[in-house]
Design a binder for this molecule. Structure first.
Ligand code: NI
Length: 262
């Protein structure tokens, strides 16, 4: 496969335990593979702090800081958590609030508990004028409802899994759609249709690594060097070259998040 340059991974989890054995080496290889910038997404206060540490350790790293809907159950002191989050969000290479949202795939935490944390963090993004990265698993309707409640907050639907109609509605609201390796899966026709529908100037790319490796590496541990497969797949859909697709998604990330500027 042709080597690309200037790839920006807008959502990754290099703090995950899956990288404990060889994190340094993997990150070195990622930057050698043509990736310019990585935004590491926090899922809790601890992992958001780790994401900020990465930004201090590596030139090409940026961070999302936020509390994932599945992780809100572990928070004992709400005010303290929100204060710590706000402090992290003011660090220089933190691009916005994420990942936040809804995960209705599992019965816990309850939808009510997830809604509280989603809303508190949307309010924080609103007040700090920061973009958000939204996790939406089996919760498309509720996610759209929350997004519309805060019209001044713009963001990214991460690892998009909704319909083409939902994607276009988000684009109309000024949002960006981020595709992970899922778009390359043979059983993900709806996601492919969404990628076909979304205008090219609103598409971002991400790994969500260590999860969601694109074909032909589906099922294996993922890292940002695999984005070449996702980019090539999207380029085919849009009938442009992989390098053009890479350049456009980089420009989109720079425009929206102000990252990767040299
Ligand atoms: Ni994620």
């Amino acid at each position: 496969m042709e080597k690309l340059h200037g790839i920006i991974d807008t959502h990754a989890h290099y703090d995950d335990n899956a990288f404990n054995e060889d994190r340094e080496e993997v990150i070195k290889n990622v930057f050698a593979s043509g990736v310019d910038a990585v935004i590491n997404a926090g899922c809790s206060i601890a992992s958001s702090k780790r994401a900020v540490e990465f930004t201090e350790q590596y030139d090409g790293f940026y961070a999302w800081c936020g509390i994932h809907p599945s992780d809100c159950r572990y928070i004992k002191d709400k005010d303290r958590a929100l204060f710590e989050l706000e402090t992290l969000l003011k660090k220089p290479k933190v691009v916005g609030v994420g990942e936040i949202g809804y995960d209705f795939h599992y019965p816990t935490p309850t939808r009510e508990e997830q809604a509280k944390w989603f809303e508190w963090q949307m309010q924080l993004a609103d007040r700090l004028k920061k973009p958000v990265a939204i996790h939406d698993r089996d919760a498309h309707g509720a996610t759209m409802e929350m997004i519309k409640k805060y019209p001044k907050v713009k963001g990214i639907l991460h690892s998009f899994s909704g319909s083409p109609e939902m994607a276009l509605e988000l684009v109309k609201l000024g949002w960006y759609i981020s595709f992970s390796g899922v778009v390359t899966f043979k059983n993900a026709k709806k996601t492919k249709d969404a990628a076909t529908a979304v205008p090219i100037d609103r598409i971002l790319i991400e790994t969500d690594c260590p999860y969601l490796s694109p074909e032909p590496n589906r099922g294996k541990r993922n890292d940002s060097s695999n984005l070449i497969h996702t980019v090539s797949f999207l380029a085919d859909i849009k009938k442009i070259t992989p390098q053009e697709m890479c350049d456009i998604t980089r420009k989109n990330a720079i425009n929206f998040l102000g990252i990767g500027k040299k």
